[in-house]
Design a protein around this ligand. Structure first.
Ligand code: GNR
Ligand code: NI
Length: 184
């Protein structure tokens, strides 16, 4: 098991569309374990492989603590998740993202989804989700498609966030002593 650095805006790898896994082998299971360890360390309630720079359709979740302070951990892993159907009914809930630190905004999404995926042993499973589980799954599947939650908010708010993260990166580069030519 290993912690992996989480990419943040404006890293372009967050915009890649991830490739399906051919099968769930030991390498994919090791990736799932690293994602869980990195997610718990952050801490967060979900993490997609895209966020650690691995463009594979793998994500992990643990929404147990979010629902009940005293709940025991409930790690969930998904490969090649596919949304089969979504409810007409939507819900509005505040979201955050480990790749967009310290920014939170309400996002409207379908309230319930049906999902197919491969589990840790590579077996195809189906799941019906609602509440925070449905929300988090949609947020993570978006990551696998290069989509961020700010893509679902108003253009004005999105551009404000993108601008802030671009500026912060430029300031970091300055601090790191990049040469004039690179800066121009
Ligand atoms: O930790 C996280 N919290 C969260 C809250 C509301 C909706 C989605 C999330 S996922 C986020 C971790 C993350 O960035 N996963 O990609
Ligand atoms: Ni996220």
């Amino acid at each position: 098991m290993a912690l992996r650095p989480i990419l943040t805006l404006p890293d372009k790898r967050l915009r890649l569309r991830a490739e399906p896994v051919a099968r769930v082998d030991d390498e994919i299971r090791a990736l799932m374990d690293d994602l869980l360890e990195t997610m718990y360390d952050a801490p967060g309630i979900g993490l997609a492989a895209t966020q650690v720079g691995v463009p594979k359709r793998v994500l992990v979740l643990d929404v147990a603590k979010r629902e009940d302070e005293n709940a025991s951990p409930n790690p969930m892993v998904f490969a090649n998740p596919e949304i089969l159907s979504t409810s007409e009914e939507t819900s509005l809930h505040e979201e955050g993202c480990l790749s967009i630190p310290e920014f939170f905004e309400e996002v409207e999404r379908p309230a319930r989804i049906r999902l197919s995926y491969l589990d840790r042993s590579g077996k195809r499973e189906e799941l019906e989700a609602d509440g925070i589980l449905a929300r988090c799954l949609q947020h993570e599947i978006d990551h696998l498609n290069g989509v961020l939650f700010i893509d679902h908010i108003s253009r004005l708010k999105r551009e404000r966030v993108l601008k802030k993260f671009n500026k912060e990166m430029r300031e970091r580069e300055r601090g790191a002593g990049k040469n004039e030519a690179e800066r121009a």
